[in-house]
Design a protein around this ligand. Structure first.
Ligand SMILES: Nc1ncnc2c1ncn2[C@@H]1O[C@H](COP(=O)(O)OP(=O)(O)OP(=O)(O)O)[C@@H](O)[C@H]1O
Length: 268
């Protein structure tokens, strides 16, 4: 089974202007393993280092200490085994939906006919059959995010890294997309690491919720949850949110995030 592991990972950013040459410790001694078939959602206060954590997993950043490993092998940069989806869909506006999805296959040298056929399969999977010829500007925000997810799946990644992918959507579309994302992940059998500000989203999507405390970011909690399995099994979001267990966990996480101390604030 594939694993993506943070081993004693610390990250410091170079000094910012006005910081008198001091580096900024952002993450400290993170130990975390994401397995294929798991859906880890990371929450924490603003600035706790969530995006930095995801960028490290993607290989866009290099740890100051420690290592990030896929199946025990340290990563040295981005790779096709890890696909990233951002809040801003980052699609290519000069390509239609099909060619956006097919783009990673083009980079792998797969011929035009084959990659377009695969792109159409992926567009079917994300519920966009028939939208292949659409220009990106003709698609709604939710549709664009689905094209982004289809594109991420094109390289058959072992890990999906999702940075607030639903953050820019209206409440109704977001709620629909949560169910959809869960189904796509379950079918792909990949490991997912998602960042969100929403405790509700974390509880509905995660098999594990990880809480980061700020300044520097440390793991404050790592909690297994079963609501995603309930959703996939046919329970409605309303049923889940009405359950006493959901309410207890929501209250517990809210309290935990508010109580996570910012060392700078404590010292002030
Ligand atoms: N490129 C950078 N150079 C210097 N400092 C940075 C850089 N990127 C982020 N930071 C700082 O690192 C800290 C963590 O940022 P990060 O974006 O990882 O947190 P976050 O938890 O994702 O925040 P938010 O919830 O607000 O998106 C913040 O103090 C931020 O100002």
């Amino acid at each position: 089974m594939s694993t993506l592991s943070f081993r004693d990972v610390s990250l410091r950013y170079p000094p910012r202007s006005g910081d008198a040459g001091r580096t900024l410790p952002v993450l400290e001694r993170i130990n975390l393993t994401l397995k294929a078939g798991e859906f880890i959602v990371v929450i924490g206060r603003s600035g706790s280092g969530k995006t930095s954590l995801l960028n490290l997993a993607a290989g866009f950043l290099t740890p100051s200490e420690g290592s990030i490993e896929v199946d025990g092998k340290p990563i040295t940069g981005p790779g096709a085994d890890r696909a990233v989806v951002f809040q801003d869909d980052a699609l290519y506006p000069w390509l239609d939906a099909r060619d956006n999805v097919a783009f990673p296959l083009r980079l792998r040298g797969i011929d035009l006919k084959q990659r377009r056929a695969r792109a159409d399969e992926l567009l079917d999977l994300v519920g966009l059959s028939g939208a292949g010829n659409c220009r990106i500007k003709e698609l709604s925000g939710g549709m664009r995010q689905r094209v982004g997810i289809a594109r991420a799946l094109a390289s058959d990644p072992r890990f999906l890294l999702l940075d607030e992918p639903l953050g820019a959507l209206d409440a109704l579309t977001r709620s629909k997309m949560q169910g959809f994302l869960l189904e796509v992940w379950a079918r792909s059998r990949s490991g997912a690491l998602l960042i969100t500000h929403s405790i509700e989203e974390a509880l509905l999507l995660a098999t594990r919720v990880v809480v980061l405390s700020p300044n520097p970011g440390r793991l404050a909690a790592d909690i297994e949850t079963g609501f995603a399995t309930d959703l996939l099994g046919g329970a409605s979001i309303g049923q889940i949110k009405a359950s006493p267990l959901y309410k207890r966990m929501h209250d517990g996480l809210t309290g935990l995030i508010h109580s996570t101390a910012d060392e700078n604030e404590e010292a002030a």
